[in-house]
Design a protein. Structure first.
Length: 187
């Protein structure tokens, strides 16, 4: 300790250097802040697409549950039950998909519950020439559309320069089994 005091008395510049060496310079602080800003931009960019996938997953699960519920209702109450689905179109643009469960009593369809909507920007694909389509289950839970499985494709509405997500929901005609498959990603 005595030696350091002695050196400081002999060389006053040495004591100023050691005090300055204890802090950060402005350039060092700016460099660290720039690196942190770059890391935040990269991280936020990765999380922007997280919500898109959640909307698609939720919509596909809702449609799948509605199909299973319609089939179960047909078996339990021994009455033909259908899930009707389509897309809402306003100003010439498809906005969102909808679906509803109906039962057929005395030749007329009666709505069970309410109309359900897909998440914003999620629509049913390949609906052309008609406003809605229907998947109908007979009283034994089988489909009434023949021997080939039906497929409902749910897609995210196209956004310019963005990835389009899609999922397929297939319904087996003999058993009424509902199976969800990832339709993949198209660019």
């Amino acid at each position: 300790m005595r030696i350091i005091r002695h050196v400081n008395r002999l060389h006053p510049a040495a004591s100023r250097q050691s005090a300055a060496a204890q802090g950060f310079t402005l350039i060092e602080l700016l460099a660290v802040m720039t690196i942190m800003a770059i890391m935040m931009v990269v991280t936020v960019g990765a999380f922007l697409h997280f919500g898109r996938g959640a909307g698609m997953r939720g919509s596909v699960m809702n449609v799948s549950s509605a199909l299973n519920g319609a089939r179960q209702r047909a078996i339990t109450y021994r009455i033909p039950t259908a899930m009707n689905y389509g897309n809402l179109i306003s100003a010439g643009e498809t906005n969102k998909g909808y679906f509803a469960i109906t039962i057929n009593t005395n030749g007329t369809d009666e709505l069970i519950g309410g109309t359900n909507f897909l998440a914003e920007g999620i629509v049913f694909a390949r609906i052309t020439g008609t406003n809605s389509l229907s998947i109908r289950f007979d009283i034994d839970g089988s489909g009434d559309w023949g021997a080939t499985p039906r497929t409902i494709t749910v897609v995210e509405r196209d956004r310019p320069g963005s990835v389009t997500l899609s999922n397929n929901i297939s319904i087996h005609p003999l058993t009424g089994r509902v199976k969800v498959t990832d339709g993949g990603v198209s660019y």
